[in-house]
Design a protein around this ligand. Structure first.
Ligand code: UDX
Length: 432
């Protein structure tokens, strides 16, 4: 089929490349000329393992094209995916849908034959209705159909999550569109993915409800971890003990710092906003957002205690600063709260991240990027394991760190307390 992806971020680029790899003809459109020119040279703007090979392969095969011309790309395609950003509005809970609606308007100017317009971006419930209203101002109803097809792609695992989804959710009551989309996703369904056809609004809500539930699971285990620390219990045992109940499931039950990323914080807030607008309350999700917002301060209090209230001039190292491993994304990463706080208290901070120096920290004096683990750690009083990159899992800190009684604070529980104790390393974990 001929597809057009509007927006070449995590969702648009990964989905477009994977659709091309399934044999479709795909045009990825972006108004950012520089980005499109780089993509034409297979220079990928995002860190997504395996994506560059797939771009090169499909671009070379001629199935994947890049363009800044939305009009021409829409006219050449049968299915148009809107994959633009829907960030949270400044200091609000509401999602900013301006990019979605302007894309819809542009699309409506270029519909001469039947097209399916798909909201793949995470959009609040009823956005599909509004997109339909915008397009129907210019286009007869029999010439288009607006469908919700939310993505469930985790950063760092996006290609795998696309090719092997648990389910494909298609929100439309239009039989023709449903048939076409079932055909488009056939290669994934034949590998075992469930195909769920429902109403457009239900599909929109499924995305938010799914992310909010995962955020709830994480917050649940994070709060249990706080209790475990008081009771000298290892939260990992509790996580396994409850996660082996198939009704609960073991995934997204790893205690850690506050959850971050471009989705959970944004989607939980947008869902609360949708509920407020519908004059109902999602009190549980509100509690999750509130608990997560407070988590970094809680961990900072713990760090202050660990350093016996003496932070000034202490040499603190952050191993990893991105919001999770296998991504270069800093959005809502807990390091964005923790490093400035400690810096303000007079700490001398060094950090290393496999994805390199972060501009977010450029403005801070005494916050220095080191391009290897040894230089980042050797003089440290306190090493904070912030992001669970594989390369941190086997390092021999005793060999690297020169300071005698350095401390490690393992925010991701990647190290064993027993091993640390055996090596006489002062170790603190989460929930243990
Ligand atoms: C998420 C959803 O998983 C994905 O389906 C959706 O499409 C986009 O949002 P992503 O934000 O990339 O994906 O990251 P994810 O792997 O879900 O992790 C989100 C946050 O939760 C990260 O900060 C991660 O460190 C944290 N997390 C995850 C935990 O703290 N514990 C866990 O057990 C799992």
């Amino acid at each position: 089929m001929k597809l057009c992806m509007i927006g070449t971020g995590y969702v648009g680029l990964v989905s477009g490349v994977c659709f091309a790899d399934l044999g479709n003809e795909v045009i990825c459109v972006d108004k950012d000329k520089l980005k499109i020119n780089k993509l034409k040279k297979s220079i990928i703007p995002i860190y997504e393992p395996g994506l560059d090979e797939l771009v090169k392969k499909n671009f070379k095969a001629g199935r994947l094209k890049f363009s800044t011309d939305l009009a021409e790309s829409v006219q050449k395609s049968n299915i148009i995916f809107i994959c633009v950003g829907t960030p949270t509005k400044k200091n609000r809970y509401e999602a900013d849908l301006s990019q979605v609606y302007s894309a819809a308007k542009e699309i409506s100017k270029n519909i001469k034959s039947f097209k399916i317009i798909i909201n793949k971006s995470t959009v609040p419930v009823t956005t599909g209705d509004n997109v339909e209203k915008i397009i129907s101002k210019k286009v007869k109803h029999n010439l288009f159909s607006v469908v919700s097809n939310p993505e469930f792609l985790r950063e760092g695992e996006a290609i795998r999550d696309f090719i092997y989804p648990d389910r494909v959710v298609i929100g439309t009551k239009n039989k023709k569109s449903n048939k076409i989309l079932k055909n488009l996703y056939l290669p994934l369904i034949s590998k075992g993915a469930k195909y769920i056809n429902t109403s457009r609004r239900a599909a929109e809500l499924i995305k938010y409800a799914s992310n909010a539930f995962l955020a709830t699971k994480i917050t649940y285990i994070n709060e249990l971890a706080n209790l475990c620390e008081k009771l000298k219990i290892n939260v990992e045992d509790v996580s396994i003990g409850i996660g082996t109940d198939k009704r609960i499931g073991g995934r997204f039950l790893r205690a850690g710092p506050a959850y971050g990323g471009s989705c959970f914080p944004k989607d939980t807030r947008a869902l609360i906003d949708t509920a407020n607008k519908s004059k109902t309350s999602l009190s549980l999700i509100k509690t999750v957002v509130d608990s997560n917002d407070k988590r970094s301060n809680l961990l900072l209090k713990r760090i202050t205690t660990i350093l016996k209230n003496k932070i000034k001039n202490k040499k603190i190292t952050f191993l990893g600063v991105t919001f999770k491993a296998n991504t270069d994304d800093m959005r809502e990463s807990s390091s964005l709260k923790m490093i400035p706080f400690l810096n303000k208290k007079g700490a001398k901070i060094r950090y290393y991240d496999p994805t390199g120096k972060k501009s977010e920290f450029d403005k801070f004096k005494n916050v220095e990027f080191k391009n290897n683990i040894k230089d980042a750690c050797e003089l440290s009083d306190l090493i904070i394991l912030h992001t669970e990159w594989n390369e941190f899992k086997l390092i021999d800190l005793k060999k690297i760190v020169k300071k005698k009684n350095f401390i490690i604070y393992d925010l991701r529980n990647i190290y064993s307390s027993e091993k640390m104790k055996k090596n006489n390393i002062k170790y603190f974990g989460i929930g243990k």
